[in-house]
Design a protein around this ligand. Structure first.
Ligand code: ADP
Ligand code: GLC
Length: 488
């Protein structure tokens, strides 16, 4: 099959979060299965185009025309990369916004991106299926099934939309509808309207042939008011077309045997390198190297409400009464950056903090920490806890979404399990959970068994990529039937 990914970010070209890891690893896994895969991304500041395929595509945004180019980048591991190139829109310091917040023209930026995707398939590379990711490409199915509904070139082209995070929907004022070239009649409850605003993701949820999200548990959760972010009704309506497929891991990038970014490689058979990594990590954060035996908790995260750091704020002083050290790497909402900076000052020597984005350091934390903390309020899948398992770094997580699906709670009696989970979203439960983990840390035999269980788990992409391949076929079938029906 020929599959086109349309995504606002993807490694090795751009990344703000786990979506970029997925958009790198899944295409690679599909290519290994024999499929032909291309990825369309916006050309951001740091990206290079190798050849221009279309010098100027005419995109109508309301009564204005824009003329992005479509280029091709260096292919990577058998995957082709196309870019929508419009410097005024995408050659910026960040992907989606700056210190002041989201870029005010995001609706137009990603409407243009989605419209250009349709030009790409019509003029350069016609796939069997388009796979869109998150709100930034959710207009692709909307446009195909409305403005392009009578276009024979794309009528039978199916679209799968993956929800990586329902917390980000692409919400814009009603006036933006015209600015992106959509008619007022689409501002209705059964189309793009959402509590008086335009909602890109909602459009995608309604018009895509199939919907997926990144874990089974999250697929169930988003059909409830607690996790549905107001879209639970829309999602429930499409329940028969919604599938939860767990993200995988690219173990060529994330495993302690092969990792070139860590101080010393190691494996489940011989963990001695992990100690060297811990020493290196303590040094990187300016923590005392003599404290090698003290349990070290690692955090690598976007600092967003989703990630549960308000719980850390609540329990930090109680937590620091324990014999524990913390290293945290992250960037995002100022209140959480401040929180960690303050903790770093108050407990200097035991809490190390780096505000920023640093891939090398993220690898060092996975390798050098003893525990990895993810107390998320919600978590569609979560990748770091899965990486942690492979590094023998025991995850402490809240039992939600993909965290719940990937981590088995340690049972002291049977000594089975891979990590520590807590249910209720409150500080007390988190504290209790960390205490249980610390207690086990001090029982070296149990701890080594726990590490070994986690390291033996296999979350490689193979099985999930197969599930996607099946779904692409189903989407194609469904679209063929639909098209046949509507032409009768
Ligand atoms: P999300 O996509 O919600 O941010 P995931 O756990 O799916 O969460 O993926 C996060 C990805 O981003 C991981 O690969 C993680 O290592 C990386 N990451 C997050 N914050 C940072 C940071 N400050 N520096 C380096 N890598 C980071
Ligand atoms: C989102 C989610 C995260 C998920 C990632 C990749 O950013 O927050 O849980 O792992 O997408 O699917």
């Amino acid at each position: 099959m020929k599959i086109l990914f349309v995504s606002p970010e993807g490694l090795p070209y751009s990344k703000t979060g786990g979506l970029a890891d997925v958009v790198q690893a899944l295409p690679k896994a599909l290519v290994e299965m024999g499929h032909e895969v291309a990825v369309l991304l916006p050309r951001y500041r740091e990206n290079q185009i190798r050849s221009t395929l279309i010098a100027s595509v005419t995109v109508a945004l309301g009564d204005r025309l824009r003329f992005p180019a479509i280029g091709e980048g260096q292919a990577v591991e058998g995957v082709r990369y196309f870019f929508v190139d419009d410097p005024a829109f995408f050659d910026r310091a960040q992907l989606y916004g700056d210190q002041k917040g989201d870029y005010p023209d995001n609706a137009e930026r990603f409407a243009e991106f989605s419209r250009a995707a349709i030009e790409l398939v019509k003029r350069v590379w016609m796939p069997d299926v388009i796979h869109c990711h998150d709100w930034q490409s959710a207009l692709v199915p909307v446009l195909l099934r409305t403005q392009h509904a009578d276009d024979p070139a794309v009528q039978a082209l199916p679209v799968v939309l993956t929800i990586h995070n329902l917390g980000y929907q692409g919400l814009f004022p009603q006036t933006d509808l015209r600015r992106i070239g959509l008619p007022d009649r689409m501002f209705t409850m059964d189309s793009l309207e959402f509590y008086g605003k335009v909602n890109f993701l909602k459009g995608g949820l309604i018009y895509a042939d199939y919907l997926t999200t990144v874990s089974r548990r999250y697929a169930k959760e988003i059909q409830t008011p607690e996790y549905g972010c107001g879209l639970e009704g829309v999602i429930r309506n499409r329940g028969e077309r919604l599938v939860g497929i767990l993200n995988g891991v690219d173990y060529a990038v994330w495993s302690p045997e092969k990792d070139t970014l860590i101080a010393q490689p190691y494996s489940a058979k011989d963990l001695s390198g992990k100690k060297i990594c811990k020493k290196d990590l303590l040094a990187a954060f300016g923590l005392r190297e003599e404290d090698l035996e003290r349990p070290l908790v690692g955090i690598v995260s976007r600092f967003a409400d989703q990630k549960g750091f308000d719980l850390i704020a609540e329990i930090s002083d109680e937590l620091m009464k324990e014999d524990v050290a913390i290293v945290a790497l992250g960037t995002g909402q100022p209140e959480y950056e401040k929180l960690f900076q303050k903790l770093g000052e108050k407990y200097s020597g035991r809490v190390g903090v780096k505000i920023g984005y640093d891939n090398g350091l993220a690898h060092k934390i996975e390798a050098g920490a003893d525990l990895f903390l993810m107390p998320s309020r919600y978590e569609p899948c979560g990748l770091n806890q899965i990486y942690s398992l492979r590094y023998g770094t025991v995850p402490v997580v809240r039992a939600t979404g993909g965290l719940d699906d990937t981590i088995e709670n340690y049972n002291l009696r049977t000594q089975q399990g891979t990590g520590f989970k807590f249910q209720e979203y409150d500080g007390e439960s988190l504290l209790e959970c960390i205490r249980a983990a610390l207690k086990t840390y001090h029982e070296p035999k149990a701890w080594r068994a726990l590490q070994a269980h986690g390291m033996a788990r296999d979350f490689s992409w193979r099985s999930s990529a197969k599930e996607y391949a099946v779904l692409y076929k189903m989407a194609k079938q469904a679209r063929i039937q639909r098209t046949a029906k509507s032409s009768k």
